[in-house]
Write a protein that binds this ligand. Sequence first.
Ligand code: 6PG
Length: 257
Amino acid sequence: MPTPPISKPAREVRVVSEKQALFRAAAEGFVSAADSAVKARGAFHVALSGGSTPKGLFELLASDAALRERVPWQKVRFYWSDERHCPPDHPDSNFRMAQLALLSKVPVAEANVHRIHGEDPDAGNAALEYENEIKKSVGAVGNAVPRFDLIYLGMGPDGHTASLFPGTAALKEKKRLVVSNHVEKLSTDRITFTAPLINAAACVIFLASGEDKAGTLKDVLEGLYVPELLPSQLIRPANGRLLWLVDRAAAAMLKQD
Ligand code: 6PG
């Protein structure tokens, strides 16, 4: 079990009225992070996640003309923070979800879409290849961990994030950037970013919506540090911004400060 943090991680929690407002706030985050990254380095490296909340964000980015126009699409490099062990045309594929909701509707070059090869029969191999691709395309100085400009994450009602599920081996990973993770309760392997990779990002945005997240959100943000049980607590960017965007239903049990 990791050592508890000495003090609470620096993080922002922003509560918005409901789901649509959450999608809008998340989309604004995308536009402004893309703008700063492109101005600073000429490209914007963003990792997407699966789940229903990110889907709402993708649909808004694709459909709202005013938002779309503000994104330098040719300069955006897309990645995924986790993937299911399935082909890209499978209904469970996180890539497929983003492809249908966003990527097929905006001017993005195929070469800038870095998907996880979930169709590889060997999930460990898919993870290793993705780790190498990230090292090459996001880049890093020397042995430093590659630094994404922005990583979106969701949180499951059990406290998992990306495919870092409670009690699974990937939670203990200290060196690897992407691993395959056996998830007993789902009887499957997932391919997932590890905490060291996520925590090297310049900005991490969690999206949480709905009353089924309220108890877990309270435990993750205000409860004891028990990341084996609540893996979302592992996410504490070392030198970056951590923003929780939540709607009122998810925030219902949080303290009022
Ligand atoms: C996945 C995800 C996962 C997801 C959460 C929250 O592949 O399922 O990446 O971590 O983000 O389970 O999902 P919802 O937004 O649907 O609640």
